[in-house]
Design a binder for this molecule. Sequence first.
Ligand SMILES: [Zn+2]
Length: 264
Amino acid sequence: MNFRNYPMGPFALWSAGFVLLLNACVPSDRQPPIIEVTVNGNPGEEHTVAAGASWNLVVDATDDTGLSQVRIDIHSAEGHDHGDGTGAPTGWVAYSGTWEVLEIVDLTGTESQTTQTFAIPFDVRGHWDLVVTVVDEAGNEATPVVIALDVENDIIPEVHFSSVAGVDPATWTGEPVWPVGSWVDLEGQITDPSGLASVELHLHDAAGNLLWDWNVAVQGATVHVLQDVSIPLPFGYQGEVMLHVTAEDVFGYVCETGFHAEVE
Ligand SMILES: [Zn+2]
C-alpha cells in the first residue's frame, strides 16, 4: 500500500473499526443507572418525618449512556412489603390519614440531581414507603431504592390499644380472629397533648353495616383510658369486621384509625 497516495488510509480503517465496535455496543446497553437518595440530607433506609411539616428529597443519578426519568412513589406501607422480606411490619400500627405521591421527572445527560420538597398532611401517622427508581434512555431500570418513612404526629390524637380480646396488638402477625358471638374487650388509651374532646368507636361488617358503636365526651383531658369497653359480636354474623376509632381534640384535629378482624 502506498500511503502517499492514500494519506487517510490507516485512519479510515481504524475509524471504520471503531464505528463497528460502537454499533456492537450501543444496542446492548444493559447497564442500569446508579442512584443515591437522601432524605433531609441523610442517606439510609429509614427516616423519621413529621406530619404537618416539609422534608427534602435529593436523588443523584448517573448512567453510562444517558438518563431518562426518575420516578418518586410514596404510599402507605400498610399490608404489603417490597419483596426482600426485611421490614415486614408485625403488630398493629395506628395508621391515620391518606398520603399518596407519584412524581415522574424527566432527566437528561449522564449525571443528574433531582431535588423535591414534600409536605406531609397534618392528619397522617404511621409507616410510609418511599420508592425511587431511575430509568436510562435504553429502558434499563436501576434497582429501586425503598426507604421507610416513619411519620410522627404531634397534632392529632394518638390511639393506643394495650389489649384487644386479651391479646396485645403489638404481637399480631395478621388480622385477629374472634369467635362468633363473643365479647371483645378493649383496653388502651387515647392521648392528645392539647386535650381531647371526644372518642368514638364503630364496628362495621364487611358490607359497611354498623354492628356496634360507643362514644364518650372527654372534655379536655389529655389522656382518656378505655375502661370496661367490650364489643358484643352478634351471633348471626361471621366474616370480616372493621373497628373504626375516631378521636377529636379540643382544636378539632381528628385522628381516624382502626383495624380489620375476622369473625368465625
Ligand atoms: Zn410499598
